[in-house]
Design a protein. Structure first.
Length: 203
């Protein structure tokens, strides 16, 4: 199936989102919101209900992220890169799996197919990963690596080749984002200060 122009636009905006996010630049959020609005239409037409619903969540979180990452009165935000203890991740992933299984049962569809399970898993996993990103939890990038791989397989199976390719690129960028955020956390530099420094051509 040929990739439509609207899908290419969504891909470009989504790629801009991740590139800005790895640099902790708050302009990632407007790019994310615009991309998600387009993908809502694409996934709704493709009858992927959880992916379409996920885009609504992304749009809402893009607004939240924009304000959560803002500078206050010209000063660096107090929101630093942090981490979660292992027990929180175990609980979060357990919740994702539980909700995924319940989601498939409630929505119905062909439960012998992997598609509804992948659809729900990517949706709920992305909800958790997005929340972690808005709160600048370092491990959000590790979540994205896992769920982006599942998403790439899902989108490829549904004929969205460009989007599947984008999510493969996401995996690479997520690994880069993890390393950059970990370095910034070790330096103890406020998130917005880092983004502004890089925007100005700083190291």
């Amino acid at each position: 199936m040929a990739t439509s122009l609207i899908e290419w636009v969504a891909v470009a905006l989504a790629l801009a989102y991740v590139l800005f996010a790895t640099r902790q630049n708050r302009w990632c959020w407007p790019a994310a919101g615009a991309s998600s609005a387009i993908y809502f239409v694409i996934f709704a037409r493709a009858h992927l209900p959880m992916q379409a619903a996920l885009q609504v969540f992304y749009v809402i979180m893009s607004v939240y992220g924009w304000f959560a990452w803002r500078a206050s009165h010209g000063q660096a935000s107090e929101l630093h890169v942090g981490t979660w203890p292992a027990r929180r991740h175990v609980a979060a992933l357990g919740l994702v799996i539980t909700v995924t299984l319940a989601n498939v049962r409630l929505i119905g569809g062909d439960q012998d197919s992997l598609v509804p399970y992948a659809d729900a898993l990517v949706a709920w996993g992305s909800v958790v990963a997005t929340w972690l990103m808005t709160r600048k939890v370092l491990e959000n990038w590790l979540y994205w690596i896992v769920f982006d791989l599942v998403a790439a397989a899902l989108y490829w199976s549904q004929g969205f080749e460009a989007t599947a390719g984008l999510f493969v690129v996401y995996v690479v960028l997520a690994a880069r984002g993890f390393m950059e955020w970990r370095r910034d956390r070790a330096r103890g530099v406020p998130a917005v200060a880092v983004a502004d420094n890089r925007a100005a051509g700083g190291p």
